[in-house]
Design a protein around this ligand. Structure first.
Ligand code: ADP
Length: 339
């Protein structure tokens, strides 16, 4: 086949944009509050793409626009070339959606849940039965097909939600915080299935999350803050922009000491959340220079390789979690780890 013939078989819209998902200058407001403020990014085919941001950054708004539940006030969003606002019914056929809230009926078996879902998509008979079997196999629930969902663990219920989203064979799967409320083991499980979908079925997966350790598992990330895109890239690329180690100092007078460090060592120094933050190669060596230069002024020090939170702080000037949220999250994590 000639190159031209090959191009001729590709739908027009894919020539215009090879992206599976294309978001262009997207804007959304609720009354006077701006939830998305000119966000642009592409998701490539068969990519596991994360939308990371703290509470209120606009993730759910983006998810709702992409899944055609809401029309943006400005900009456009395309999935496989279909415009979410102008061509929602075509677009809906191409996507699977997994909502944060539970949508399965726990009084029904796994198969019954999927049969209902299939009917919504006009699937019936042998074709539907075959799809149910295959999708249960894919999410590792084939041997529990005839059991009521109420007997399933939280992780298994989530996998059944995943199966529902996959039943009609979508090429793009959108998931809103799919691991909320799951223990760490079940979380890992869900991510393992998302990777399988990408690798074996070439499904494009877009997942929203507020968890850094989940964002680390994505091929690429868009980081949102207050409705704006603040970073876009692979987790490794994003962390590489930070030179060397991240050093955080607890001190009594952060503002005063930070400007003296800045002057003495001629480097960028920030005060974030009452702590001094610096980026420096060979952090351990530099810390001893600091102690020598400012004896008795540093109460505690931490040195670490850059994390995604460091990327967020560098781009926004503030921490990912507010102090209150940080406390709430720690309590929640502890609670989950106990179970
Ligand atoms: P996230 O999913 O990242 O927590 P959201 O998209 O839910 O963020 O919210 C983005 C902003 O829009 C926040 O300031 C939030 O308070 C506001 N918002 C979200 N939904 C509504 C709504 N239905 N009415 C008014 N404001 C809303």
């Amino acid at each position: 086949m000639s190159a031209l013939a090959a191009v001729g078989s590709v739908p027009q819209q894919h020539l215009a944009s090879p992206a599976a998902i294309a978001v262009r200058e997207l804007v959304h407001r609720y009354d006077n509050r701006t939830a998305l403020n000119g966000v642009t990014f592409d998701v490539r085919p068969a990519e596991l793409f994360g939308l990371l941001g703290p509470n209120g950054s606009g993730k759910t708004t983006m998810f709702r626009i992409l899944s055609t539940l809401m029309v943006p006030v400005g900009g456009r969003a395309f999935i496989l070339g279909h415009d979410a606002a102008r061509d929602p019914s075509q677009l809906r056929r191409e996507i699977g959606i997994v909502f944060q809230s539970q949508s399965i009926d726990v009084k029904l078996t796994a198969t019954e849940n999927l049969r209902h879902q299939g009917h919504l998509y006009g699937l019936r008979g042998k074709d539907l039965s075959a799809r149910i079997e295959s999708v249960l196999e894919r999410v590792g629930l084939a041997d529990r097909a005839k059991e009521k969902a109420e007997n399933f663990s939280g992780g298994m219920q989530r996998r059944l939600e995943l199966a529902k989203g996959l039943l009609h064979g979508p090429r793009v799967l959108l998931l809103d915080e799919p691991t909320t409320g799951l223990d760490p083991g079940a979380r890992r499980d869900v991510w393992q299935y998302l990777r399988l979908l990408r690798d074996q079925d070439q499904v494009t997966v877009l997942v929203t999350t507020h968890l850094m350790e989940e964002a680390e598992r994505c091929d690429r990330l868009a980081i949102l803050n207050e409705g704006k895109l603040v970073a876009l890239g692979t987790p490794t690329e994003l962390k590489r922009e930070i030179g060397g180690d991240v050093i955080v100092l607890d001190v009594k007078e952060p503002e005063s000491l930070s400007s003296r460090i800045q002057t003495k060592f001629d480097m960028d120094v920030r005060v974030v959340g009452g702590q001094i933050r610096l980026e420096r190669d060979h952090g351990h060596r530099f810390v001893s220079d600091l102690f020598e230069a400012f004896p008795g002024e540093i109460d505690a020090v931490s040195i670490a390789k850059p994390s995604l939170e460091d990327v967020f702080i560098r781009r926004t000037g503030h921490r990912f979690w507010s102090e209150q949220e940080q406390h709430g999250l720690t309590t929640e994590t502890r609670r989950q780890e106990k179970h």
